[in-house]
Design a protein around this ligand. Structure first.
Ligand code: WT7
Length: 584
């Protein structure tokens, strides 16, 4: 029989009700140091420099490239390397507010660039390394990036061919290379000649620090702007929801090219002074269990898709590994089904604690906490300091706003749009260059999330679905419009409609329906050509499946009705359309 796990020590959040009542953000501000001399608050100072002396020789990040290639950076080394990067930016004339992007798989240069950028007061923007040239070019251009840190290979394959589309991109720094292609600079050599001491300039807590791109249903990707004050929420949520303690070894499996990998793969754990595990290798069940075992991981933050992949490898496999050091396991990014929670409780002796948040919220908003009973399948309870409401919806499926006012639902078990009372420290402060779109996310005093949920009589939130057409595949948010636009660039395609098709492991997979131009024939070779075309341009967000569709359904205003496409694809008739809104 599996022995029940007994949690050692008392969780950081021992009394949820008391914390809900008493916690304030100003109390959490007191848990951080602030810049010396009262010169403000800087994320990188909290994550690195304040630990540089007391934790000088402690491993800050352990990099696992393979079983035999493991390296580490201590807090002392990280402080020095990030100072060199900040000095390099200064030499290059890159100042406060300017965007620095990384387009890298996990490696030391990514962490050094991210934190060095924030030290400088510039704005860090991660780009997902599996993105193809189209999504990367678009984000580099929208952010008007000044600096890009990438590898020689990614540069040659995906950036060099479109560099003339990026006039604002002044400097390309090539990581892990002795020589750099023409028009770029070798990062290592440049860092070696930069100074290893850097005094972080005064930083207003409201100064932008991070720009994270996220996708909507229509239009271009949205650049969510986060400020240095977000540090307060990163720190507090990692303390309450992830239960981080100073001696922890923490593994966040999210790629650092997305918001989870920044908030919880870099910033929050380093602020807590723990040792972070960073894995470059692809998912493989045995490798993952081996990492938990050999790295002696104590707190693990992963995603439902990964958990379902582990489940497929069976219940016996974990028994071959020593997972006894694991103390807390949590999940994020997509619905965590009750079966996955029960599986992990039985086979790993740990229930996964679901957490809910978004790029825009910057940190965990709703969570199952270590000291509170889990309701498998539920996202949990609001974080201390966060006020959550469910808002009554109008016919378009979104919260109904009448005369600027919204209606919070008070009775239990009624679905509504999740809203958060504005004002928490990691709330996004803008969508870059799209102030109307930003303003449109708020009504009354509430930020409207676009997610639909219900609340049970004890206050637990249960995810029901999204109010819009964005696709969630393996935890990644994909905008259908971005995929459709690329397909419509192909000369044979007249129009495209893109949906998420339910998938037992990834949650959803991208599926495209295309209408061909007159004279084009819907042949198998053409289908293969379109798949390859999309793959080449979009990379990891390309459709897995393409179907020819002579008649795409349209709204009266002429937009492709993705909801109806999805209904048809699921074998529902149009009459069932209204029920689709509540499908995860
Ligand atoms: C969307 C946000 C979470 C940060 C990384 C992704 C969905 C997130 C859950 C959950 C069900 C979830 C929502 C949300 N989502 N967590 N625990 N249960 N759905 O951030 O890319 O901005 O995606 O992911 O739909 O709005 P993101």
């Amino acid at each position: 029989m599996v022995q029940p796990f007994v949690r050692p020590g008392t969780p950081n959040l021992a009394d949820y009700r008391a914390a809900r009542r008493d916690f304030t953000w100003s109390q959490a501000r007191g848990w951080l140091d602030g810049l010396p001399g009262g010169r403000g608050l800087n994320l990188a100072y909290e994550a690195v420099d304040r630990h540089a002396a007391p934790l000088r020789d402690k491993a800050a990040i352990r990099f696992v490239r393979s079983d035999t290639e493991i390296s580490e950076l201590t807090y002392g080394e990280l402080a020095e390397a990030t100072s060199r990067f900040a000095n390099l930016l200064a030499e290059l004339g890159v100042g406060a507010g300017e965007r620095v992007c990384t387009y890298l798989t996990p490696r030391p240069a990514l962490y050094v660039a991210a934190l060095g950028t924030m030290k400088r007061g510039a704005v860090y923007t991660p780009l997902f390394p599996a993105f193809g040239p189209e999504p990367v070019a678009q984000r580099l251009s929208l952010s008007r990036a000044r600096v890009l840190v990438t590898t020689a290979q990614l540069y040659a394959r995906r950036i060099a061919p479109l560099r003339d589309r990026l006039p604002e991109l002044r400097h390309v720094l090539i990581a892990d290379a002795d020589t750099a292609p023409p028009g770029t600079v070798a990062l290592d050599a440049a860092l070696r000649s930069a100074r290893g001491r850097y005094e972080i300039p005064a930083t207003d807590p409201e100064q932008p620090a991070l720009l994270h791109f996220t996708s909507g249903t229509t239009g271009r990707p949205k650049g969510a702007v986060h400020v240095h004050d977000a540090a307060v929420a990163h720190y507090a949520s990692a303390r309450f929801a992830l239960d981080l303690r100073p001696d922890d070894v923490f593994w966040c499996t999210a790629d650092p090219g997305w918001v989870t990998g920044t908030s919880y793969g870099i910033l929050a754990p380093l602020m807590h002074g723990v040792t972070v595990v960073s894995v470059a290798a692809d998912f493989e069940a045995r490798r993952w269990y081996r990492i938990l075992d050999r790295m002696r991981v104590t707190v693990w933050y992963t995603a439902p898709t990964a958990i379902r992949m582990l489940m497929r490898y069976g219940d016996e496999l974990p028994g071959d590994y020593d997972l006894s050091r694991l103390r807390h396991a949590a999940s994020v990014g997509e619905p965590l089904d009750a079966a996955a929670v029960r599986w992990s409780t039985a086979t790993l002796r740990h229930p996964f604690h679901d957490t809910w948040w978004q790029t825009e919220t910057g940190s965990i908003m709703i969570s199952n906490f270590p000291a509170v009973d889990i309701r498998p399948g539920s996202m949990g309870l609001p974080m201390p300091g966060i006020e959550v409401a469910l808002l009554a919806r109008g016919p378009d499926g979104r919260a109904r706003v009448t005369g600027g006012a919204v209606t919070p639902i008070v009775e239990p078990e009624v679905e509504g749009e999740i809203a958060l009372r504005r004002g928490w420290p990691s709330m996004f402060r803008d969508y870059l260059d799209q102030p109307e779109r930003y303003a449109g996310c708020f009504a009354d005093d509430w930020y409207l999330t676009g997610d639909i949920a219900r609340r049970d009589a004890d206050g637990y939130y249960w995810f029901a679905g999204r109010a819009d057409d964005v696709i969630k595949s393996a935890g990644h948010l994909i905008g259908p419009f971005e995929v459709e636009s690329v397909l419509m660039d192909h000369p044979a395609v007249l129009e495209a409609g893109v949906i998420g098709r339910p998938d037992p492991v990834a949650g959803e997979r991208v599926k495209a329906f295309v209408t061909l131009r007159p004279g084009e024939r819907p042949t198998e070779p053409l289908r293969q050509e379109l798949l390859a075309f999309a793959r080449l341009r979009l990379g990891g967000i390309a459709p897995r499946e393409i179907a020819f569709e002579p008649n795409l359904p349209h709204t009266r205003s002429g937009k492709v009705l993705r909801r109806l496409l999805r209904a048809r694809d699921l074998g529902l008739d149009a009459g069932d359309l209204s029920t689709l809104e509540s499908q995860p």
